[in-house]
Design a protein around this ligand. Structure first.
Ligand code: PLP
Length: 350
C-alpha cells in the first residue's frame, strides 16, 4: 500500500465514524491566525478574486525578496511549496540525489517525471546527519532541513560545504525550507550562499495555511522562468485572495515563527520523554512537528496493528529503507494515550 493509499484509508475510516488519534498528517493543529483570516475576507470583499501574474502579485514577491534579502527577479510565488519542487525535479535533465530519510513525495515525483535519481542514507546512530562526501556524480542534490520526517537540521558549515560542492562540481542545490520557521534552534538557508540553488518555502506550515496553497521559490532568473512556465501551463497563477492573505502573514512572520516553534518544541520534548520511557529509540528533533522513532520489528505491521487500536502513524518505508522506523506528527494533545497504545503494539511486533 502506498503512503497516499494508506492516508486515504485512514481518512475513510475517520469519515465512517472511527475515533482516531491522527499522528499521520502534516497539518499543524493550530488555527490560521485571526489577522490572516481577516485579510482573506477583506481581499475577497475587495474583489481580489481574479487571475494574477503567473509569478504572483508584485507586492508579495517584493516582501518575499525583502525577507530573504534577494532581488525580486529571483522570486516566484507558487501554488504551495510542492509545485516548485515538482517543477525543479521535472526540469532537471540529469541525475538528482536525495538524502534519506526524505519526504515520500520526492521519489514519487522523480518516478512520475521519469527522472534519474539515487540517494544517500543517514542513520539514527549518526543522528541522521548526512555525509555529503558520499555523493557520487550528480546534477542536483535535494535537501530538506529541518527535515521531514526526522526534524533534524544541518549546521551553517554544512550549508557552506554544500555550496562549495555546488560550485566545484556544477551541482544545483534544491533546498526545501518549508519548515525553517519552525526550527527550535538557529538555522541557516541556502539563500545565504552564492551557488546555484533553488530554495523552496511555503506558508503552509508556519501559518497553518495548508489549504491556501501558497508557496514560493527563490533561484536564478533562468530557473524562475522554468518554474513560471510550468505554472502558466498548469494552474495559471496562485489564487489572488490567498496571495493577499500571505502578504499579511509575512508582516507577522517573526512572531508566528516564535509561537509555533515554542509550541511544537514543548510537544516534542514531552513526546520524546514518553516514547523513551515506553522503550522506543528516538532522536529529539530540532524543528518541525515530526519524530522518526525506531522499533525492533516491522513498522508496516506496527502501523497496521496500531491503526486497529485507533492511532494512525506512517510506516518508515515511504521515507527510504527504514522498515523499522515510523513517523509521527505531534499534532494532537493526546500523546500520552497514543504512546500507551504504541507501547502495547510494539510489544506485539517485536
Ligand atoms: N516539503 C516538505 C518536506 C513537506 O513535508 C511538505 C508538505 O508536507 C511540502 C514541501 C509541501 O508543502 P505545501 O505544498 O503545502 O507548501
Amino acid at each position: 500500500m502506498s503512503v497516499y493509499e494508506l492516508i486515504d484509508k485512514i481518512t475513510k475510516m475517520q469519515a465512517e465514524g472511527k475515533d482516531l488519534i491522527r499522528l499521520d498528517i502534516g497539518q499543524p493543529d493550530l488555527p490560521v491566525p485571526d489577522e490572516i483570516k481577516e485579510a482573506t475576507k477583506n481581499a475577497i470583499d475587495d474583489d481580489r478574486t481574479g487571475y494574477t501574474h503567473s509569478k504572483g502579485i508584485p507586492k508579495l514577491r517584493e516582501s518575499i525578496a525583502k525577507l530573504h534579502n534577494v532581488p525580486e527577479e529571483n522570486v516566484i510565488v507558487t501554488v504551495g511549496g510542492k509545485f516548485p519542487i515538482y517543477s525543479a525535479m521535472a526540469c532537471n535533465c540529469g541525475k538528482t540525489t536525495l538524502i534519506r530519510p526524505c519526504w515520500g513525495a520526492y521519489p514519487l515525483i522523480l518516478n512520475k517525471t521519469g527522472s534519474n535519481f539515487d540517494a544517500i542514507d543517514t542513520t539514527i546512530e549518526s543522528g541522521f546527519q548526512p555525509d555529503f562526501d558520499a555523493i557520487g556524480k550528480t546534477d542536483m542534490i535535494a535537501i530538506n532541513y529541518p527535515n521531514n520526517p526526522t526534524g533534524i537540521t544541518i549546521s551553517g558549515d554544512t550549508y557552506r560545504e554544500l555550496s562549495d560542492m555546488s560550485k566545484d562540481r556544477d551541482i544545483t542545490i534544491l533546498s526545501d525550507e518549508v519548515y525553517t520557521k519552525m526550527a527550535f534552534c538557529e538555522t541557516d538557508s541556502i539563500t545565504n550562499y552564492d551557488c546555484d540553488y533553488i530554495c523552496v518555502s511555503s506558508f503552509s506550515k508556519t501559518f497553518s495555511m495548508t489549504g491556501y496553497r501558497i508557496g514560493y521559490a527563490i533561484s536564478s532568473e533562468e530557473n524562475i522562468k522554468k518554474i513560471q512556465e510550468f505554472q502558466q501551463l498548469t494552474t495559471t497563477s496562485p489564487t489572488e485572495f490567498a496571495q493577499y492573505a500571505a502578504l499579511t502573514a509575512l508582516e507577522m512572520i517573526d512572531e508566528a515563527s516564535v509561537r509555533i516553534s515554542r509550541f511544537y518544541e514543548k510537544r516534542m520534548k514531552e513526546a520524546v520523554s514518553l516514547l523513551s520511557d515506553a522503550g522506543f529509540e528516538v532522536v529529539p528533533s530540532q524543528g518541525t512537528f515530526y519524530l522518526f522513532p525506531r522499533i525492533n520489528g516491522d513498522s508496516n505491521e506496527f502501523a497496521m496493528k496500531l491503526l486497529k487500536e485507533g492511532v494512525s502513524v506512517l510506516p518508515g518505508s515511504p521515507f527510504g529503507p527504514y522498515e523499522r522506523h515510523f513517523r509521527i506528527s505531534l499534532v494532537t494533545d493526546k500523546m500520552e494515550e497514543a504512546v500507551s497504545k504504541m507501547e502495547k503494539v510494539r510489544k506485539e511486533v517485536e
